[in-house]
Ligand binder design. Structure first.
Ligand SMILES: Nc1ncnc2c1ncn2[C@@H]1O[C@H](COP(=O)(O)OP(=O)(O)OP(=O)(O)O)[C@@H](O)[C@H]1O
Length: 451
């Protein structure tokens, strides 16, 4: 939980600085913004597990912040706690009634605030739980999937390539596993109907007996049997030939399969999730897809919008992907805000798959700690230039704060890598032990940061 930054909205420089330092001392990551406009921009970029905000801001107040958050996230609003002076307690109480998480009255003991943050954060599970995205469309999708994940209905997912259809199937499988803790892991078997030749698809689905056809030397267990008791994910179902569709329909009606070359029927219990990027209705009209099969497989139809229609997800997905690359490669790279401004206006025809591939390239080619659009190898349109200029006009973090943050992160990483051994850490950094101690004291880094 401490890996996710808390958003601090505070216009008073002394209060803001001291809260920032204290939060960092407690090993929380924190992003400090000074007004409502900056808070809105920050909330647009990523999802925070907790927002700690002054109730009175230079360009608005608690009501405007809460309204902006509600409008942005609907019922999935990240928890917000207001810091309020004596004169605005009535307002704070009203805000809690309207959906704020809590309030704390100024002046407060910072130790008490830290203790309460420690209590609030584990309760803030709703927001970091976002697994698909933070756009209203993604949050609505997550809610729908939460409702249908445990129902015994076939699911039909429609969406362009790279929108995350398989991710949805994996999530439903994970939910199924949670429900069956202690009873073994149910299988999840995926097959791409477009990638298998017409002659082999039937055998891949239902299996075959030895000698069933030329080249069928050994018995083969098909994916229906492999997925018995779990989930079968049939990707690109729109590409399934009509004769196989007829056999699939029979299996779905009876719950029984017959291996190719066998007379014996086998009962299977499989939760079916189908996916396609094509319009199955159009295929039905064209006589290329059976309408009765379409009725059977579309118990719950789910549409995944393309990434360009859920722009708010871009920054969230991009940050998550960089975080996972950092974790895998033990790096501390960050996304350049200009990258995000550029990314938001790209068409992303390959959707999330393309976004991740571009980030991979920019990440690996970056010469410093920044993941920049210039390293993506893609051109910059006029629209993207305009978006980047607008981003550049936003107020930025002060240089001294930025440098201090970078120094702290780097020292922490080095101390941890050297398992807290000061002599080795100082040697690796090319500084004296005394300098290292002083820096650690200034940044409140403990030698016990080591694992
Ligand atoms: N919401 C998401 N969160 C995290 N990763 C995602 C998300 N959506 C897609 N991805 C990533 O994008 C890539 C493509 O996802 P996935 O294979 O699920 O898409 P798809 O719609 O099934 O694509 P295709 O139709 O081409 O098979 C994968 O690397 C996946 O991890």
């Amino acid at each position: 939980m401490r890996d996710q930054p808390i958003l601090l909205v505070e216009d008073d420089p002394i209060m803001g600085e001291s809260l920032l330092q204290r939060l960092q001392l407690e090993h929380y990551r924190c992003q400090w913004v000074r007004d409502l406009g900056q808070a809105r921009a920050a909330l647009h970029e990523r999802l925070y597990p907790l927002v700690l905000s002054d109730i009175r801001l230079p360009d608005g107040d608690g009501e405007s912040l809460l309204a902006a958050m509600m409008q942005r996230y609907g019922g999935c609003c990240p928890p917000v706690v207001f810091m309020t002076g004596y004169g605005s307690i009535a307002q704070a109480v009203r805000l809690v009634r309207e959906g704020a998480w809590d309030y704390i009255q100024k002046p407060f003991d910072v130790d008490v605030l830290m203790q309460r943050i420690g209590e609030w954060l584990p309760l803030c599970g709703a927001s970091p739980d976002a697994w698909f995205g933070v756009s209203p469309a993604s949050r609505a999708l997550e809610q729908l999937i939460a409702r249908v994940a445990t129902l015994d209905l076939p699911i039909l997912i429609h969406g362009e390539s790279g929108t995350g259809k398989e991710i949805v199937a994996q999530h439903i499988h994970a939910r199924m596993c949670q429900d069956r803790i202690g009873k073994g892991v149910p299988p999840l078997v995926a097959i791409n109907c477009a990638a298998i030749s017409e002659g082999l698809l039937e055998s891949e689905l239902f299996g075959h007996e030895p000698g069933a056809f030329t080249g069928a030397g050994k018995r083969h267990i098909g994916v229906f049997e492999q997925a018995d008791g779990g989930i079968l994910f049939l990707d690109e179902i729109g590409d399934m030939p009509l004769n196989v569709q007829a056999k699939l329909l029979r299996v779905l009606q009876d719950g029984q399969i017959r291996r190719v070359g066998s007379e014996k029927t086998i009962q299977v219990a499989v939760r079916l999730i189908c996916a396609t990027h094509k319009s199955l209705d159009a295929l039905v009209d064209a006589g290329e897809f059976r309408q009765d099969l379409l009725f059977r497989i579309s118990g719950v139809p789910i549409h995944l919008p393309p990434l360009r229609e859920r722009q708010e997800d871009i920054a969230w997905l991009a940050h998550r992907h960089v975080d996972s690359l950092n974790a895998k490669l033990c790096q501390t790279k960050r996304l350049d805000p200009q990258f995000l401004a550029w990314a938001k206006v790209q068409p992303w025809e390959g959707n999330v798959r393309e976004l991740f591939a571009v980030i991979d390239r920019a990440y690996h080619f970056s010469a410093d700690c920044w993941v920049r659009w210039e390293r993506s190898g893609l051109p910059c349109s006029e629209r993207a230039h305009a978006a980047m200029s607008a981003e550049a006009a936003q107020p930025h973090e002060r240089l001294d704060q930025y440098l201090a943050r970078i120094e702290r992160d780097y020292l922490e990483k080095c101390v941890s890598e050297h398992k807290g051994q000061i002599v080795k850490t100082a040697d690796s950094l090319g500084i004296s032990r005394k300098t290292l101690w002083e820096k650690m004291r200034r940044h409140r880094i403990k030698a016990s940061t080591a694992p």
